[in-house]
Design a protein around this ligand. Structure first.
Ligand code: GLC
Ligand code: CA
Length: 557
C-alpha cells in the first residue's frame, strides 16, 4: 500500500458526524466477549483435508491445518455435521448425535481438535441438526414400531396410514410397522422430531401440543446433546433449520420461545458458548436467544444479490456496476436497526448450500473488494472454506450425498500444486468429490507466495478487523454514501474514540462521491487498500476510487 501523500495526511478531512449520533453500542448482556472480535471459518469436514488417504476429509486433517487457519487469522470454526450418519444428506441426517462418524475419526479426535485449536486461539463450533434425524437413528427405529415405547411420540406421526394429506405438512406414507405416516423435515429419510404444534388441529389429536410428554422429552434430549458437546469442548453450535422445530407456528413464536429458553439455560450454565441460527430472520432469531443469525439467500433478496446472479439481475459486487449496494441495504438496514445491541447479524461469504461460490467469475482484485466488505461490516463475518482463495464451484457434477445442485460448492480444498491439490493421497477416482480440474485453479501455497493474492488480502483484512475496535462486531455502523444504481458505497464504523471510514468500488470504472456536509476537520490515516482517495474541494469532500478498489482510513484527531 502506498502511503498517503504527506500533504493529504496533514490535510483536514471531514466526515459526517450526525447531530443524533448514537452512543457506541455496549456488548449485549450475556454475550460471550469473544464474539466481538470473532472471524468464523466454515469447514466442510469431508472435503477439507484427508489425513489417512481414504479420499474423505477427516478431523485429523483439520488438526493438521490449524497452523494455516491460525496464519489466516480466523478465531473460530464451524464444522458441518461430523456425527454418525448414513450420509443421505451429507451428514444432515444424523443417526447418532453422540458419536463422531467413523469416516471422520473418533470422539477423542474431536476432543483433540478442540484442544489443539484452543492452543492457537481458535474455538470450534459444531452443527446442531435440531429439527430431524436420519430414519436410521435408533430413536426413529423405535418410534416406527407397533408397540408403544418411549420413542413413540418423538416424531410426528398421524394416526391412520390411509390418511395421505394434511394441510400445510408433508407426509411420508407407508413403510413403517406402525399403521401411521410421518412428517419429514427435509428429504423423506429425515423425519421431523416432535417439538409439538403451536396450534394443534383439534380434529387431529395426533398433533400434540408443545407441553405433551413426547415434545418435552425431545426438548430435554436436545439439551442433553448440547451439554454433551459443550462438556467435550465445543464453543457452540450453528443450528440447522432453527426456525423449523414447532409445527403450525406461523409467526415462529413458539419455536422462538423454545430457543429463548435454551439461551437462558446457556446464560447460566455455559455463558461463554454461542449459537448461530440458520434462520435468516434476525429480527426473530436474535431477540429470542440466538447470539447470531445468518443472512441467507432464501430470505429476502438483498443477501442473495451480493455475490450471485439472481434471475436476470447481476450481482451487487460485479464489475458492470449495474446493481447497487442499495439492493442489499434495503434488506440489511432495518434488520440491523431491529437487532442492534441484542446480537449480531452474520454475513457469510457462502456456505455448503450456495452456488456459485464467491470465487466464480472473480479475480483476486474483485475478491479483495468483496472481502473488504465482508470483513468491515458490523456483525460477525463467516468465511466458507476456500472462499479466501477464490476456490470455484464446479458445474454439472452428479449429486453427491443429497447435494444435487449444491454439490459443486463442496469440492476439495486446494492446498498446493501436488496431486489432488494436496487434499488427499488417494487416487483421483477415490476422492469424495473431484478437485477443480482447471489449470489455473487457485491453491494456498501459491497464494501465500503472491502478495496480491485473494488469500493475502483476506489475511490482511482479518488482521485489520481484529486490530480496530470500531471494525468489530458491535462497532457503530452508519451509511455515508449508498445511492441506487451508483457506486461507491461509503460507510463509517466507530467505537469509543475510534472512527473508521470504508469506501468500496467493485466496478470497472473509477467512481466519485461527495461526502455529506462537513462537520469536523480532521486528518485521515490510511489503513488498507488504495490511498489518496479523499480530497477537499471547497466545502465539500470527495472520495474517488479507481476501478475495482477499496479504501479503509482512520479519522485521526
Ligand atoms: C440446512 C443445511 C442443508 C441441509 C438441510 C437439512 O439447510 O444447511 O445442507 O440439507 O438443512 O438438514
Ligand atoms: Ca480420511
Amino acid at each position: 500500500m502506498r502511503p498517503l501523500l504527506p500533504s493529504l495526511l496533514m490535510a483536514l478531512s471531514t466526515l459526517l458526524l450526525p447531530a443524533d449520533e448514537p452512543a457506541a453500542t455496549a456488548t449485549p448482556a450475556h454475550t460471550p466477549a469473544w464474539l466481538e472480535n470473532a472471524v468464523f471459518y466454515q469447514i466442510y469436514p469431508q472435503t477439507y483435508r484427508d489425513s489417512n488417504g481414504d479420499g474423505i476429509g477427516d478431523l485429523r486433517g483439520i488438526i493438521e491445518k490449524l497452523p494455516y487457519l491460525h496464519e489466516l487469522g480466523v478465531t473460530a470454526l464451524w464444522l458441518s455435521p461430523c456425527y454418525d450418519s448414513p450420509f443421505g444428506d451429507a451428514g444432515y441426517d444424523v443417526a447418532d448425535f453422540y458419536k463422531v462418524a467413523p469416516r471422520y475419526g473418533t470422539n477423542d479426535d474431536l476432543r483433540a481438535l478442540f484442544a489443539e485449536a484452543k492452543k492457537v486461539g481458535i474455538r470450534v463450533m459444531l452443527d446442531l441438526v435440531a429439527g430431524h434425524t436420519s430414519n436410521q437413528c435408533e430413536w426413529f427405529r423405535q418410534s416406527q414400531r407397533h408397540e408403544r415405547n418411549p420413542y413413540t411420540d418423538w416424531y410426528i406421526w398421524n394416526d391412520n396410514v390411509w390418511d395421505w394429506f394434511t394441510p400445510g405438512l408433508q407426509l411420508v406414507v407407508g413403510g413403517a410397522e406402525r399403521a401411521a405416516n410421518y412428517v419429514p423435515n427435509f428429504f423423506h429419510f429425515q423425519p421431523a422430531l416432535n417439538y409439538g404444534f403451536a396450534q394443534p388441529d383439534p380434529k387431529a389429536p395426533w398433533q400434540q401440543p408443545i407441553t405433551a410428554p413426547g415434545p418435552q422429552a425431545v426438548r430435554a434430549e436436545l439439551k442433553k446433546i448440547m451439554r454433551f458437546w459443550f462438556d467435550l469442548g465445543a464453543a457452540g453450535f450453528r443450528v440447522d433449520m432453527a426456525g423449523s422445530l414447532v409445527k403450525n407456528d406461523p409467526d415462529g413464536k413458539a419455536t422462538a420461545a423454545l430457543w429463548a429458553e435454551f439461551r437462558a439455560w446457556m446464560n447460566t450454565e455455559y455463558p461463554d458458548r454461542a449459537m448461530v441460527s440458520e434462520w435468516s430472520q434476525p429480527q426473530i432469531a436474535i431477540p429470542n436467544g440466538f447470539h447470531m443469525d445468518f443472512l441467507l439467500p432464501f430470505a429476502k433478496p438483498g443477501y442473495k444479490a451480493l455475490f450471485r446472479p439472481d434471475g436476470a439481475a447481476v450481482p451487487i459486487f460485479d464489475r458492470s456496476g449495474k446493481n447497487s449496494i442499495r439492493t442489499f441495504l434495503d434488506e440489511f438496514e432495518p434488520l440491523y436497526t431491529a437487532t442492534r445491541g441484542q446480537g449480531f447479524i452474520a454475513i457469510p461469504s457462502g456456505n455448503h448450500d450456495t452456488v456459485p461460490r464467491l470465487g466464480n467469475g472473480r479475480d483476486p482484485r474483485d475478491l479483495a473488494v468483496a472481502m473488504a466488505f465482508l470483513l468491515t461490516m458490523p456483525g460477525v463475518p463467516f468465511i466458507y472454506y476456500g472462499d479466501e482463495l477464490g476456490l470455484r464451484a464446479l458445474d454439472g457434477l452428479p449429486s453427491k450425498e443429497g447435494g444435487y445442485g449444491r454439490t459443486g460448492c463442496r469440492t476439495p480444498m486446494q492446498w498446493d500444486a501436488s496431486a489432488n491439490a494436496g487434499f488427499s493421497t488417494a487416487s483421483a477416482a477415490a476422492l469424495y468429490l473431484p478437485v477443480d480440474p482447471a489449470a489455473d485453479r487457485p491453491n494456498v501455497a501459491a497464494e501465500l507466495a503472491y502478495p496480491d493474492s485473494a488469500l493475502r488480502a483476506t489475511q490482511q483484512l482479518i488482521a485489520l478487523r481484529k486490530a480496530h475496535p470500531s471494525l468489530a462486531a458491535s462497532g457503530d455502523f452508519q451509511v455515508l454514501v449508498a445511492e441506487k444504481d451508483r457506486w461507491p458505497f461509503v460507510f463509517r464504523r466507530a467505537k469509543g474514540d475510534e472512527v473508521i471510514v470504508v469506501a468500496l468500488n467493485p466496478t470497472d470504472q473509477a467512481v466519485t462521491a461527495t461526502l455529506p456536509a462537513a462537520v469536523v476537520a480532521q486528518s485521515l490515516v490510511p489503513l488498507a487498500g488504495t490511498s489518496d482517495t479523499f480530497r477537499r474541494e471547497g466545502d465539500t469532500w470527495l472520495v474517488t476510487l479507481p476501478p475495482v478498489s477499496y479504501t479503509v482510513v482512520r479519522v485521526a484527531e
